[in-house]
Design a protein around this ligand. Sequence first.
Ligand code: NAD
Length: 474
Amino acid sequence: MQIAVIGTGYVGLVCGVCFASFGNKVICVDADAHKIDLLNAGRIPIYEPGLREMVEQQSGEGRIHFTTSLGAAIPSADVVFLTVGTPSQPGGQADLSFVYQCASAVAKHVRGHTVIVLKSTVPLGTAEEIEAIIRSERAAGSWSVASNPEFLREGAAIADSLRPDRVVIGSEDERSRNVLARLYRPLRQQGVPIVFTNRRTAELIKYAANGFLATKIAYMGEIADLCEKASAEIRQVALGMGLDRRISEQFLHPGPGYGGSCFPKDASALVATAHQFGASLRILPSVIASNDARKRAMVDKIVESCGGSVRGKRIAILGLTFKPGTDDVREAASLVIIPKLEALGARVRAYDPVGMEQARKALPRLRVAKNAYTCTRQCDAVAILTEWEEFRNLDLDRIKAGLRSPVVIDLRNIYEPVDMARRGFEYTGIGQPSLSKRPAMRTADELPSVLASRRSITREPEAAHLRKKMRADA
Ligand code: NAD
């Protein structure tokens, strides 16, 4: 098939190259000429593991091209994907101006049979609006509008696109449904479930999924706060919860609140959409408020760990992106925490393996360092904001030797508190009571006797069975 992808960002570029890898001819269009020049020069404008190699391969085989010209991409396309941004408006509603602009522009170039597909995350009813815009432009040819929301995660985008949990196709006509079913046949053949539905339902599936995941994260943030007050241990709570298949272990790890280009804006947009349809959502507004408060509370946590004030103190920030595996800093906790620390008189220096360039666009005066060691040198405290693998493998003794005082605030729980204390750090994690009040981590050998004492399991065979099971689980 001939495919045009309009908007060559995190979603458009990844989807474009994956469609090319299925054997289709893909033209990616973007209004940003600089981005297109970079791509045509063989450079990738974003950081996403595996993307460079895949773009190189597909370009080399002549299956993917990049242009700023809609006229070069649309007339010959069987399918046109709209993958432009849908940021938040100040009131929380999705700003659809990029999508509307695209729809009018596409209408001017469409020829023959074309399926125009909304892949951007858009509120209920947007596909109908796009259809009306294209009709009002008196577009030529026979065309239809379908919805195919995207679920990829930055940092794992290629794998998510090649082996998604599901594909959702929303359509109102047989032809667009068949065209999209044919496009996704390689995934269907691998057993990926395809959910065929109408357009509004497809639009809602995306928002409902993101709202639910945001809720899970915010919920665990609040349970972590309770752990800190009640001498319980959040990692053990998460383990015990996550073993329940109804819950699953994912998204149970509390941090400085959810961020990124999707959850914050999609949660707000879902509330606004529901309001527009006369349905009141009560849970999601609390989630949004909880998450906003959480980012601010992380500043208090850092201040408290620094003895009640950060005025005049040097704070090292490790991690700027909203999660590891991406250079995306949209709605990252760092963008809230760093300015607040600076407003309280702290001198902040930061390091991130790939996100510093993007972060400096949002925080132009941010001082950055070449690596974690130079970042932390002569600092009064270190705060970990993103759980990059690199930070798990630091030479912690070297970090400690460089610090003015050995204070570590680990907002991602990547270190083991007992180990940090043994190394001489003053360590604060998330949802963890102070060391003196921690519940002991039970080993496989001692847990059965604990259970035996609590549950009157007295017989050795039962204890032995439990020990065996725990070792197997470990
Ligand atoms: P992005 O900002 O990275 O990319 C959007 C691109 O569209 C930009 O390169 C911009 O220059 C281009 N653009 C804007 N207007 C244009 C026009 N008229 N013509 C051509 N190009 C134009 O955005 P993204 O992160 O890729 O997100 C795109 C959509 O996908 C959003 O609705 C988002 O919610 C959704 N989504 C994003 C992710 C993610 O992880 N980033 C995951 C799932 C869904």
